[in-house]
Design a protein around this ligand. Structure first.
Ligand code: ES4
Ligand code: ZN
Length: 331
């Protein structure tokens, strides 16, 4: 039976992971104390409890609010890559979502330089590499999204520390009642600057919103994309254009409550349709699950053997934003 198989030694790429969602509960407690942020409990093991997407997002925002200084971001960056390496992640493309920090007066330059410093040290220690994706929080609106991209582009032009690690732009948070097309100015600015493009869509919105992300935003990947199979034309297009879908099976059960059990997840049907769906954790600390355990859960739920999970891992490599030489090493 595959349930007990450990996937630690299988080299894995993770394309859908929020750096704030990797924060160790002990680190949240420590940073909250240093920065004077009140927590609902001082017991680290009690911290990550939620029973809906809204309840989850409240905790996610609380975790974000503990990040007050450049050194805090550096510590998070370092610990996130060290932990990923311990789960057999050899390369990760990690979102960071600075909207509430920028609104509170932090400088994007400090966020990026801090994350880069911690990640660079962890890369040296572990050999695991990490890219950053600057993530637009939809809840702050299209204007804030464009401002984030413009500031990022300005910092890159100036050669500010760490900006070369930021390879792309994404968008997350609430989907309901928000037309992704309204974020086109931010995506146009990112594309013009040579940044790669992805967007969370279809965590809890219909297939038509995914089509809008392809048509209007020009994304190369879609994060979640759960209802993609509802639309045969969209399915064919995602297959033919080799759009990477970054799927987070356990997150969809625990955070969005989209399915009662992993066995009900559409991942096997995505593969049957020939889609490039990778397996990812979304928020490993918040769901208390490393990517090795996510692979084990998927293998168990669908009865997939080691060879099949190697194919899953290779889909992650193919839909990553590594260059051809780096991909060849991982194939
Ligand atoms: C997230 Cl919108 C959303 N859903 C699930 N996990 C997340 N982590 C950060 N944003
Ligand atoms: Zn996500």
């Amino acid at each position: 039976h595959q349930g007990m198989t450990s996937f630690r030694v299988l080299p894995k790429v993770e394309l859908h992971c929020h750096v704030e969602g990797t924060m160790r509960p002990t680190t949240v407690v420590d940073l909250a104390r240093r920065n004077g942020i009140a927590l609902p409990t001082a017991d680290p093991t009690e911290l990550y409890r939620y029973d809906s997407l809204d309840g989850f997002l409240e905790i996610f925002w609380l975790v974000q609010s503990t990040l007050g200084t450049r050194d805090d971001w550096a510590r998070l960056g370092h610990e996130s890559v060290v932990d990923a390496a311990s789960w057999g992640v050899v390369h990760r493309e990690s979102f960071f979502t600075p909207a509430r920090h920028l609104a509170a007066g932090q400088d994007l330059a400090d966020v990026v330089a801090g994350l880069d410093e911690g990640m660079a040290a962890a890369e040296q220690e572990t050999g695991t590499t990490c890219f950053l994706i600057a993530d637009i929080d939809r809840a702050y609106g299209p204007g804030a999204g464009l401002a984030l991209v413009e500031r990022l582009v300005e910092l890159r032009r100036a050669g500010a520390p760490g900006t070369e690690r930021v390879v792309g732009v994404g968008m997350d948070s609430t989907e309901l009642g928000i037309d992704p097309a309204t974020f086109a100015p931010a995506y146009d600015a990112a594309r013009a600057a040579g940044l790669r493009l992805t967007a969370h869509q279809g965590e809890n919105s219909p297939a038509s919103a995914i089509t809008t992300c392809l048509d209007v935003l020009g994304v190369e990947r879609v994060d979640h994309a759960l209802p993609v199979l509802d639309d045969p034309d969209l399915t064919a297009r995602v297959r033919d254009e080799r759009i990477g879908l970054t799927v987070c099976p356990t997150s969809n059960i625990l955070i969005a409550n989209s399915f009662p059990r992993l066995a009900d997840h559409p991942l096997p049907r995505m593969y049957d349709a020939g889609l490039l769906a990778s397996v990812n954790t979304d928020d490993p600390a918040l769901i208390d699950l490393g990517l090795d355990e996510e692979y084990a859960a998927v293998a168990e739920a669908f009865g997939w053997d080691w060879a099949r999970m190697v194919e899953v891992a290779l889909i992650g490599v193919e839909s990553s934003w590594l260059d051809e030489d780096a991909k060849r090493v991982l194939r």
